[in-house]
Design a protein around this ligand. Sequence first.
Ligand code: NAG
Ligand code: NAG
Ligand code: NAG
Ligand code: NAG
Length: 662
Amino acid sequence: MAMCRPPSLPIILLCFFFLLTMTYAARRLVPLGNQESSPPVKLHVTDTHVEIDNGIVKLTLMNPSGLITSIGYKGVDNILEYRNTEGRRGYWDIVWSRPDRNGSHFDTLHSTSLRVIKESDDQVEISFTKTWDRSRDGEVPLNIDKRYILLRGSSGFYSYAIFEHMEGWPDLNIDEARIAFKLHQDMFHYMVISDNKQRIMPSDMDRKVGDTLDYREAVLITHPSNPRLRGEVDDKYQYSCNNDDSHVHGWISSTGQRIGFWVVMPGDEFRGGGPVKQDLTSHAGPTSLATFFSAHYAGLNYGVRLRNGEHWKKVFGPVFVYLNSDRNNNSTAIWEDAKRQTAQERKKWPYDFPQSPDFPDANQRGAIRGRLLVHDKETAVAKSAYVGLAPPGDVGSWQDDSKGYQFWTRTDDRGYFSIKGVRAGTYNLYAWVPGVIGDYKHHGEITIRPGKQVEIGDAVYTSPRNGPTLWEIGIPDRTAAEFYVPDPNPLLVNKLFINHTEKYRQYGLWNRYTDLYPHNDLVYTVGASDYRKDWFFAHVNRHVNKEYVPTTWQIVFYLRKVVRRGSYTLRVALASSSFAEIQVGINNNNNQHPHFSTGRIGRDNAIARHGIHGLYKLYSVTISGCQLVEGRNTIYLRQARGGNPFTGVLYDYIRLEAPPQR
Ligand SMILES: *[C@@H]1O[C@H](CO)[C@@H](O)[C@H](O)[C@H]1NC(C)=O
Ligand SMILES: *[C@@H]1O[C@H](CO)[C@@H](O)[C@H](O)[C@H]1NC(C)=O
Ligand SMILES: *[C@@H]1O[C@H](CO)[C@@H](O)[C@H](O)[C@H]1NC(C)=O
Ligand SMILES: *[C@@H]1O[C@H](CO)[C@@H](O)[C@H](O)[C@H]1NC(C)=O
């Protein structure tokens, strides 16, 4: 302001004008619905409830349990299901057990104490806490701090929670953690998971009066209130998504003014299992979930396991619950706006407004960058590879981890990656490359420090390979999506997935194997068969006389020459396994003495849950040249465990390598 120094009137006036114009310009840049034009956030606490109102959204919570009893928006007092008891409308929940005791507990984490953390015109943040000590023997040995935030001018609210297990406390298993919302049943019938997954849903009552199928979550809708839904299957697992495909989902009301309700994941660091872990999203009820981790598509060993009195603390969230509407009641516009808002929230991550010291802001975080190369037949840059920091562990251990934080990205076309906003701490750098088998782990642990960037330069992943490919089946991408996915039984259809890229979400495909192969098992002939048409996506049991019996698949291939003293390598990459055992026979189908067996593997249950993948596993089987013959050879793959329709594996990719070449 040096130019203002000479105090002559014209100049002062000029400066005044200048300031006025500047302020005006600055004002004009403020987007609609932002702070100054909106009313201040108001907090109102009574003995039984806490109300936070920013003039757009009004959130009401129970005091001191911290459960959500109502969300008001656009003249609707409560978009949650008011007919449910107050404790069953919107709540954090976990499933926990103590390894030294029987019993598993579904727990909605009732807090015992309320604290107002911040109360200003621009932000209200409140905390509901619950602390454990040895006198609370039957309760979960965790300290819980549930937070809710409303910002001025924001059409929604934020929630996060801090779970802490103190040193010396009893061992604990936490199998899942999430926030659940039960929406108003008369208002919400239209569910949106993505651009190509949205539909009118059956009601809770439609499910109750329908026919339960092979498990209670799957119901054939027989007497719906909306006759167009008659004869369809409804199953919440059909709406599961990979974490990296799932940053916003929810519902649009279909009565009165159209209102959108959205669960937004602004960040991913607190979600367990890495970018392709699948979890539930929204489903009939109407229900919407913010799932932080669960055993779904992973198995019973998955989850937070606290042993030997270890200290553990993790922040889950914040997640954003967004409400919106459209002047013309246009549902497409409401969904488009929800996606736009999600992109904005993700841009703001890591948020700077949460008040807990356990949630570090951008300045307290670090970064890493580098380039990934992959060496298979030759060395090349790894394009679109998944690269992530996750807790130190074995190669691929991030798949099972929900205890720590994970930070993932994809490499660009030149193999470069950069991960910002990483919490300070010690990690391993992990990666995998679509199109190439196996898992990468960078040697040595990586320490991320606040405000610092780690440069790792070029990292080279050497993919397992002993010799040139003789033949291969499928694409090494950790899913079975490229294989033959049958049409569902016409009496068991979810119309959303007809002619859909996610055809595998249909119910009951496991039984189609028996329809296609009633007597003899699948035989795949290298060079003549096409895996898109001739390789059934799931190696399951056959349904015979009310029993599920093991099946043996054959891969037939011709070798012109065999190196009798050479070692051949069979690579079998699995996209999923559930209570299965794959036995491999080489030109010999002797069940008593298979050449190789995986042993019993997996509990990810992806077949029953319509996932096209669960957890990834790679087996390398050495085959001696003297087991092979010139001419026709057969590899037998026997899934040896019968008894159940869902027992089996999803193959990702199979390859036979010739002996190493000098
Ligand atoms: C669990 O229950 C079984 C059978 O009811 C009982 O035999 C066992 O002692 C119990 N274990 C524990 C740790 O309580
Ligand atoms: C949107 O729906 C509300 C409630 O049904 C109605 O009052 C309003 O006129 C509708 N707006 C338009 C543009 O149709
Ligand atoms: C609804 O909104 C979408 C997206 O903004 C737009 O393309 C479409 O034309 C709108 N439909 C109507 C009937 O206005
Ligand atoms: C699915 O695609 C087929 C062939 O393209 C078409 O005939 C059929 O009408 C489609 N079905 C639906 C429900 O879209």
